[in-house]
Write a protein that binds this ligand. Structure first.
Ligand SMILES: [Zn+2]
Length: 392
């Protein structure tokens, strides 16, 4: 990734020298040194890149890849060629995949001018990840989702292997994640090593709308415990609710992201609905991680291809466009009211409003909204406590 020319300014406030490797830990260490990290706007051509890190991100929902269409719900089956074309259209329109956790944990890190897209796959169906056994190896079926993404990544290395699979663990309802018996753990391990991730989709895929707190924690915690036992490397950060059905009692929503089951606890950052719009950026104050919507993969109004156009046409849903620096949130002037300033301050990120019109506005120096401009939204620079690096 191209880094901004201006490095972040690091001011050492406390008079502490870095302690080199091999040195002993200093004895007077009651207080760790405090450093204020000040970020500067990235050195990009703003009129050309037009970053908008308050814009919308499509999170696309896939289930079956290939097979017999389901008339009652066209979003359940995406034909293989249509899926291949979705990926190509997204790529051609400047989208690049990130994992859902990159959104939930505010670390979208894409080159300037590109836009994030999250591909999600529900239910752990075999058509998402199928292996073909040859005499000496297990080959990924080129017509399953993983095969399509793998081939696309090989042809376009800047389309990285990123996707979020909301799988179901082994249970009386599910024989094995991704179908093929005895291969579930190996598949989970493979996709994690490729840089993709898994999410929680409950244990039995039942309607959660009337579940008690204990039932919710059994459904979610049970799946969490089984999946993390099967894939110890997995770091689960979200749940996709079966059928997109939320508990009717809103007081129970807290168990969607936090709870305990059989002595083990889970703690997530987000919960996913089943429909139907792109989501606002995490720095946007309309972002709601407990009710993240998804875009249908069907060829319908508000489906994936419609959204590619919608996000590009500059209407009600301007797309998220990266400025290339994950520590700076850039957006066109005039969008200040959308900035979640408290969140940015907490994360020590710089809010960077720029004039989108070029000409006089574009030639003005871009200043830190946090520091120099009294009229703009105030994002105070926070201090970061860093402990000295010590050897052995
Ligand atoms: Zn499902």
């Amino acid at each position: 990734m191209r880094r901004p020319q201006h490095l972040a300014l690091v001011t050492v406030l406390a008079g502490v020298a870095a302690v080199g490797a091999g040195c002993a830990r200093p004895k007077t260490e009651a207080k760790a040194p405090v450093r204020a990290v000040k970020h500067t706007p990235p050195d990009i051509d703003y009129a050309k890149v037009r970053p908008n890190e308050l814009g919308y991100i499509p999170v696309i929902m896939y289930h079956e890849i290939g097979g017999k269409p389901v008339k009652s719900d066209p979003s359940l089956v995406r034909q293989v060629d249509a899926f291949r074309k979705d990926v190509q259209l997204l790529y051609d329109a400047g989208f690049r995949p990130v994992n859902l956790s990159d959104v939930l944990e505010d670390r979208i890190d894409l080159p300037p001018g590109t836009s994030p897209v999250v591909l999600t796959f529900d239910d752990g169906r075999e058509s998402q990840f199928r292996l073909i056994e040859t005499s000496d190896a297990l080959k990924i079926d080129p017509d399953c989702a993983m095969g399509v993404l793998d081939a696309f990544h090989k042809k376009h290395p800047d389309w990285e292997m990123r996707a979020t699979f909301f799988v179901l663990p082994k249970s009386r309802k599910t024989m094995e994640p991704f179908g093929q018996l005895g291969r579930g753990a190996q598949k989970l391990d493979y996709l994690l090593k490729e840089g993709m991730e898994i999410g929680n989709h409950s244990t039995l895929h039942e309607d959660m709308s009337r579940m008690t707190p204990a039932q919710l924690q059994a459904e979610i915690g049970g799946a969490h415990n089984s999946l993390t036992a099967m894939a110890p490397e997995a770091k689960i950060t979200a749940i996709a609710l079966p059928m997109g059905k939320y508990p009717r009692n809103k007081a129970h929503w807290k168990y969607l992201t936090k709870g305990t089951y059989q002595g083990k606890s889970y703690e997530y950052k987000g919960a996913m609905k089943a429909a139907y719009r792109a989501i606002p950026a995490p720095a946007n104050n309309t972002y709601d991680p407990l009710q993240l919507e998804r875009v249908s993969c069907a060829d319908v109004n508000w489906g994936v291809r419609d959204w590619i156009k919608r996000l590009t046409s500059g209407g009600m849903y301007p797309r998220y466009v990266s400025d290339g620096d994950p520590n700076v949130v850039s957006y066109p002037k005039g969008s200040e009211s959308l900035v979640n300033t408290a969140k940015l301050a907490k994360q020590n990120k710089l809010a960077n409003a720029y004039s989108p019109f070029g000409g006089d506005g574009g030639s003005k120096p871009i200043i830190s909204a946090a520091e120099e401009s009294p009229s703009s939204a105030k994002v105070p620079t926070t201090t970061v406590t860093e402990k000295p690096i010590t050897g052995g």
